[in-house]
Design a protein around this ligand. Structure first.
Ligand code: IMP
Ligand code: MG
Length: 180
């Protein structure tokens, strides 16, 4: 285990099992319809790449980049959208994928803008982790991997100051390592 990690919450095996189940659930709901699966950069890329391989339905893939954190562990409340999907989303079924649902500001902003500015039809949301206790905006994910307590986690795409994304598991970052 990495020395900055206090505790592993979800092993690579546990993540894989859960991601496969989410993929089956999404496949069933799509029932053969083609969806555009949009990954929110950067945190969701590992989850996204495993998830789309577990979806048994035709999909297109695209990317969007929303950031709120900078190099800190508490949200600034300001969501910056830096990259938008390239695909024509008009009337399309879209599944937005993020690593973690925290205050809810990011996903809420992205869903709203995909509908209002890109004309997306049905927009569903899929997150690997859900920190329900920290919700500020009332949003629920349509697909959610695991609930997590109010602790700062890294690994499997999740970062602190852009580090630790490559860990194959998800763990709690030691408090003394949560400095810029
Ligand atoms: P929200 O807009 O507050 O819901 O924040 C969502 C974003 O905050 C996620 O996409 C993550 O990038 C980041 N985030 C929230 N909690 C954590 C955490 O525990 N570890 C790493 N990133 C987190
Ligand atoms: Mg992040």
């Amino acid at each position: 285990m990495h020395r900055d990690i206090a505790e592993v919450l979800f092993s690579a095996e546990a993540i894989n099992t859960r991601v496969q189940a989410l993929g089956r659930q999404i496949s069933n709901d799509l029932a053969g319809r083609e969806a555009v699966v949009v990954a929110l950069l950067k945190g969701s890329v590992l989850f996204f790449s495993d998830l789309i391989r577990s979806i048994d339905a035709p999909v297109k893939v695209d990317f969007a980049w929303a950031s709120s954190y900078g190099h800190s562990t508490s949200s600034s409340g300001q969501i910056h959208l830096k990259v938008f999907p390239e695909e024509d989303l008009k009337g399309r079924t879209v599944v937005v994928v993020d690593d973690i649902l925290d205050t809810g500001r990011t996903l809420d902003t992205v869903v709203r803008r995909l509908k209002e500015e890109h004309g997306a039809g049905e927009v569903r949301t899929c997150v690997l982790l859900d920190k329900m206790a920290r919700r500020v905006v009332p949003i629920r994910a349509d697909y959610s991997g695991f609930p997590v307590d109010d602790v700062f986690v890294v690994g499997y795409g999740l970062d602190f100051a852009d580090r630790y994304r490559n860990l194959p598991y998800i763990g709690v970052l030691k408090p003394e390592c949560q400095r810029p």
